[in-house]
Design a protein around this ligand. Structure first.
Ligand code: C5P
Length: 242
């Protein structure tokens, strides 16, 4: 069964422990550790979550010169993470360096962590792309171009809205990973997300991975919310509809 990735947008280890106490101990989760948590707790938090039996998407969105990114990727690959990311704006050379770093640093006998790229942040508007970045084609053409570059660099996929999946797979490959945030099951709060889709829609559209934060972390019963989203994501009816 495909697992939704839970965004652990929580500040520290105590908050993580409180959150995970809602789940059965033997339930292996796919967890996203982002900058907030990683910069507070460091690599120890990743080792800790791995020891509990979970898989990790380390969302650090690296963007620096190729040599620095290669060496940083080599280091985090050693943590045994499953997935991490970079900014496509770093360019082809940087993206290829990131892949090399992960390959060199992976624990022996394991496959290298998967790597995806952020094209244009979803917080970036069309005006910003045109007026600040001086890219006249605008945000969605720019994101498509970055997706093509990402694919040509040997990176495994991109972060994108479910609404962009079809266009991105067309300019890359069917197996090119499209990871989609902005997921909201029917009837849950949208919050600050602008263009949301349900887990079922994301699945139908062809997203390969979904990231879900607040609909699980802020649910009254996080485990039940997780199970419902997981069912929907796997094409089964959610409890709410039964
Ligand atoms: O709480 P919510 O489900 O909106 O959380 C979505 C997660 O995905 C957050 O960690 C957010 O930073 C991340 N994300 C996003 N949109 C992107 C890239 C990442 O919402 N384009």
């Amino acid at each position: 069964m495909k697992r939704p990735i839970i965004a652990l947008d929580l500040p520290n280890r105590q908050a993580i422990d409180d959150f995970l106490s809602h789940f059965p101990k033997d339930e292996s989760l796919y967890l996203k550790v982002g900058m907030e948590l990683y910069y507070q707790e460091g690599p120890a938090i990743v080792r800790y979550l791995k020891e509990l039996g979970h898989d990790i998407f380390l969302d650090l969105k690296m963007h620096d010169i190729p040599n620095t990114v290669e060496r940083a990727m080599k280091g985090i690959a050693g943590l045994g993470i499953k997935l991490t990311n970079i900014h496509a704006a770093g360019g082809k050379e940087m993206m290829m360096a990131a892949v090399r770093g992960l390959e060199t640093g992976k624990p022996s006998g394991q496959t290298r962590p998967q790597l995806i790229a952020v094209t244009q942040l979803t917080s970036t508007s069309d005006e910003q792309v045109k007026e600040e970045q001086l890219i006249p084609v605008g945000v969605s053409e720019s994101a498509k171009q970055y997706a093509k570059l990402t694919h040509e660099s040997g990176v495994d996929g991109v972060v994108c809205s479910a609404l962009e999946v079809e266009a991105i797979k067309k300019v890359t490959a069917p197996e090119f990973i499209c990871l989609t945030p902005g997921i909201r099951p029917k009837g849950t709060a949208v919050g600050d997300q602008k263009r949301v889709v349900t887990p079922e829609m994301a699945s139908t559209i062809g997203s390969d991975l979904i990231v879900v934060g607040r609909p699980i972390t802020q649910a009254e019963n996080p485990y039940q919310a997780y199970l419902e989203i997981k069912k929907e994501w796997n094409g089964e009816k959610s409890y709410a509809n039964n």
